[in-house]
Design a protein around this ligand. Structure first.
Ligand SMILES: C[C@@]1(CC(=O)O)C2=NC(=C\c3[nH]c(c(CCC(=O)O)c3CC(=O)O)Cc3[nH]c(c(CC(=O)O)c3CCC(=O)O)/C=C3\N/C(=C\2)[C@@H](CCC(=O)O)[C@]3(C)CC(=O)O)/[C@H]1CCC(=O)O
Ligand SMILES: NC(=O)c1ccc[n+]([C@@H]2O[C@H](COP(=O)([O-])OP(=O)(O)OC[C@H]3O[C@@H](n4cnc5c(N)ncnc54)[C@H](O)[C@@H]3O)[C@@H](O)[C@H]2O)c1
Length: 154
């Protein structure tokens, strides 16, 4: 039971979430966040087409540029998804100083929560994470749960 994490489910209700980085992992996480009522900001010098589409549709705020600590001031949740180890480390450190929830995508030790694989519909929400050793197992388990919840096979 040593590696077990406990799921906590909180209302999204307009809470502020900031994502640093605009690549493949950031895009997958933004896609998940868009299923909820978060107020999302993405900070990155480049973004995927998917994030660009959300920004163009007015569903998130895009700040073209690099990470600055001051962006973290009033956030509920912070997602460090750049491909720069030192930048991600700094984001984790500053976010914890501000009492934010923070996921650092290249270091589970620097997270104070794990970003889950999500399956959601109007009735149920499932969040799945692994121990941190088993990313592919998490992915496979999530695919099965999505078949049930998003395919509404129940
Ligand atoms: C659930 C999911 C959510 C999401 O990301 O949306 C997610 N990881 C997913 C996939 C995935 N992650 C990785 C690969 C490539 C694996 C390979 O090639 O071997 C793949 C497969 C893929 O991408 O296809 C690599 C990886 N992941 C982490 C590290 C750093 C470390 O372990 O220290 C590294 C090494 C990075 C590097 O090498 O630098 C850390 C974390 N990843 C987490 C979540 C958190 C909980 C742990 C978990 O449950 O896995 C945790 C601990 C922290 C956090 O990030 O909050 C998503 C499934 C989404 C879905 O299926 O919908
Ligand atoms: N947790 C996971 O699920 C998981 C899975 C695979 C890889 N990873 C790790 O995630 C990281 C990102 O992977 P990716 O495939 O998204 O990379 P990517 O190259 O597609 O994207 C990196 C993004 O970071 C942005 N960036 C770089 N420096 C920045 C800064 N100072 N401020 C703001 N944005 C900045 C770039 O503009 C780019 O948009 C890698 O470190 C990788 O090791 C995590």
């Amino acid at each position: 039971m040593e590696n077990r994490v406990f799921p906590v489910f909180v209302p999204s209700d307009g809470k502020k979430v900031i994502v640093f980085g605009g690549g493949k992992i950031a895009s997958r996480r933004v896609r998940s966040l868009m299923e909820f009522d978060f107020d999302v900001t993405v900070v990155s010098s480049s973004i995927t087409e998917e994030i660009r589409d959300f920004a163009d549709a007015g569903r998130l705020t895009y700040i073209e540029g690099r990470y600055r600590p001051s962006y973290i001031d009033d956030q509920f949740m912070v997602i460090a998804c750049t491909d720069d180890r030192e930048v991600n480390r700094s984001i984790g450190f500053i976010a914890k100083e501000h009492g934010c929830l923070v996921s650092v995508c290249d270091s589970k030790e620097e997270c104070n929560f794990f970003f889950p694989a999500i399956a959601v519909n109007d009735e149920v929400t499932a969040g799945i994470v692994g121990s941190g050793r088993t990313h592919h197992i998490t992915k496979r388990a999530a695919a099965e749960v999505r078949k049930i919840i998003e395919g509404k096979a129940y």
